[in-house]
Design a protein around this ligand. Sequence first.
Ligand code: KG4
Ligand code: ZN
Length: 355
Amino acid sequence: MIDSSLSIPLEGNFLGIETSCDETSVAVISKGKLTANLVSSQDFHADFGGVVPELSSRAHLQIIIPLLNDALKKSGLKLKDMDAVCATAGPGLIGALLVGLTFAKGLSYSLKKPFIPVNHIEGHIYSGFLMQEKPEFPYLVLVVSGGHTLLLLVKSFREIKKLGSTVDDAAGEAFDKAAKMLGLKYPGGPEIQKYAQKGDPLKIKFPVAELKGEYDFSFSGLKTSLLRYIQKNYGDSGSITEFHRKIPEQEAADIAASFQEAVVKALIQKTEKAMQVHDIKCISLVGGVAANKKLRDSFKKLSLKYNKKLVIPALEYCGDNGAMIAFRGAKLFELGKKYSLDYAPYPGLTPDHFS
Ligand code: KG4
Ligand code: ZN
């Protein structure tokens, strides 16, 4: 547990609730310290090869109250001690978001304490602040998750400038789809990483997309070229899901390593380009895919090459978690932001989310 000061209102107690996808999480920040960050992962989606929205909502409903009770107990606090109730409002699965957001609104109404809707991506963007060594403004952040790939310039707690984003699949989605083609389980990122450790990253030359948008990303061509490679070598007949049965173990490892190499290369190329142009103090890597060791190591090399501070959250703050929601919510509270209980959840980012 992080015990360093989070530089948020010292006297406040903040509840953070996250239910945007397949993790239910409740966190408490008390007097500037993170006192609980409980995460319940819906592992059963693996049986379906991806997240089933309806099942996700139901599982959030079942676990949210016990999780809240445990988080309060761990923090030695009561609900009435909370100064604000923060919850993810989007982007995410609407049904899943509705569970956490409506729950938070109910708590806020009954406690007569402010309700603070938090943008999930902003939660990730500022998640480096949960670490002892904090980001310094302005910083460049690469957000890589299952649903988003964004390169952003973070100027302050109020101002974020979007430099680029994916024009098709998100990086995490690319890992998940590649894993599926190799017959590996969901979520695919950790599986590809595991296989890649035993493989040769230079064995297969997968393409890195050239795009018009200076800082944009594209992973669909890479995905198609992986499919073509597997089709050509292992299956001109049968369904996609059957191909992998014919791939020898070492070849699967080489494919995973080469695919991971191409994804990391694409992410690093654009990040480095932005580092050369923008005057920054620090770089940060956040989101579920930030758990990837190869990508973390490559960011470390970048930070050393350009002599910039590097902040990558610990693994427990890379995947979805309530701590980042409580932190961002506490900051919005500190900035004096006020929200109505009519605030509706939203599935995606809108153009005005970042300037
Ligand atoms: O941020 P996150 O937990 O949820 C979303 O907001 O989407 O990200 C989940 C994504 C999944 O696509 C998963 O495969 C990927 O993060 N992921 C990884 C690794 N661990 C999780 N991708 C690559 N390498 C990993 N070690
Ligand atoms: Zn996320």
